[in-house]
Design a protein. Sequence first.
Length: 91
Amino acid sequence: MRAKVLARDGHRCQWPMYDENGFYMGICGAPATEVDHRHRDGVRDDDRFANLWSLCHAHHAGKTHVESVLGRYEKRRRKSDREFREHPAWR
């Protein structure tokens, strides 16, 4: 699947680029070496061909970092909510 996605995208990074005013300028276009999911639902990965895209290492690392930070934040929030509701004063 990885080879098919890279071939479909011409081995070029598909990350969208925008100027300082937010106008779309096209794709990154750097050599792509990695394949990732465009969208995640938080439960499971959607491995359909249409949901995979080719990314350069820099954009893949950046996207993964942001997803990791958001995931840790959400996990802490859920744990905090659960601990709050389980406190004896709320039983």
